[in-house]
Design a protein around this ligand. Sequence first.
Ligand code: PHE
Length: 508
Amino acid sequence: MDDAALEKALLLAVSQGDVQSEAFAETSGVDHKKVIGLMKSLEASALVRSTAVDRSALALTPEAETYLVEGSPEAQAFAAVPAEGCSLAAFKAKVSKAVGEVGFKQAMQSKWLGMVKGAEPGVERKVAAVAEDTCQLQLQLVAAGRASEMAAKDLDALVKKRKLVKQDTWKTYVVARGASFALERKKQPADLTREMLQDKSWRDATFKAYNLVPGAGAMPSGGHVHALLKVRQQFRETFLQLGFAEMPTNNFVESGFWNFDTLIQPQMHPARDAHDTFFMKTPAAATRAPEDYVARVKTMHEVGGHGSIGHQYAWKRAEADKNILRTHTTAVSARCLHKLAQDGFRPAKYFSIDRVFRNEAVDRTHLAEFHQVEGVICDRNLTLGDLIGVLHQFFARLGMTQLRFKPAFNPYTEPSMEIFAYHPMLKKWVEVGNSGMFRPEMMLPMGMPEDVNVIAWGLSLERPTMIMYGIDNIRDLFGSKMQLGSVKNNPFCRLGLIEQAETVQATQ
Ligand code: PHE
């Protein structure tokens, strides 16, 4: 019977009354499993419903099946011994292992066979013939489903001692009409197709129900953003909200001129040493520089001007032309401020967030490359008070409302301040950045008007990210040793969220 015919037959049978799945399988001449499969699929469409019934029955093991035909092992053992007897070795050579061991033992117990002692042990018959193969008769009863006619202890021996009979358990089903019973199953479309819309057949169609069985969906494999990029985005948004414009930071290679000289950092300053800075081999020297500005910077280094005495040394062009990997984003700020002064000064607010490089020993908190966040404000008559005010605004947006400042030194700022913040997550004061007012020695050679002041601050991107994500080794955050999987598993952390949560609590 093919599948379609079987389905039809089952539905017809169910229409006439409850159907017992096993009996149905038998009358249809198909495997019971096949009927169960069909029933389950009809049940999914509510054409039928089913109730399981546990069934069990005694069955012969495959070994016992052979004894049904060939006689019990003890009868086979008896048959293998000739009337005149034979050596034990000859007997064993003739029969299977089961007959030679179990059969022989049982035949001895039944006193059908006996041992002959001697130099060579032998086997002899104790009866002329086996009157009745009891074991085979018992197996026949089990096979015929008449095990109940046997003595309980005999059955027990077949099951437990000789392991020739086992208890089989299985399920059968009573199949009845389901909520949407019909004599024929309409194929339920799974998708709404263009054709169905065109011929309007969708109106009469019964669609396959969604299978919303709870199950774990596949993890989407792509589109995870690195923690540093997430935090960078938040810094960027903070600056943009405060009206800052982003500086172009796409030059990792910078000349010593822009990285140091424009910042009036003397050429013999230890930071310009190969121990602190990566120098390029090819191309080793920059080929372009704004010559008039270079000349003014040289003068400022050598003899000063505008009331400054400079650094009082012989400034070397070759040193300024050396190509390096930029050590800070203040090189970018210098370029932008110079351009602003040259284009004609107007008040400006700039920021940058990008990579910088330092030739230093790598440890838990230091890498040879990291990211800096830098803010610069350029306007007439700015004061240290403006810097402090802006820093309060900026860090409050990052969730840090309590700030403290400590005098510091930078070659290019005066005054300079280290910034400390009370960190609400760490519950302690931590250093969060460095800041200052760019020196007139830096701004005036650029062509800035005398009354223009520039306030600026910088911090690393890594430090707040590590604090937020609870990472204590920078190598777990960035670089070749980090586990890419952590990018997927990172929680979503938001700068300033704690502060907001606390404010909400306070106002409740
Ligand atoms: N460039 C400084 C650094 O690398 C940070 C800084 C930026 C300091 C701007 C003052 C003003 O640490």
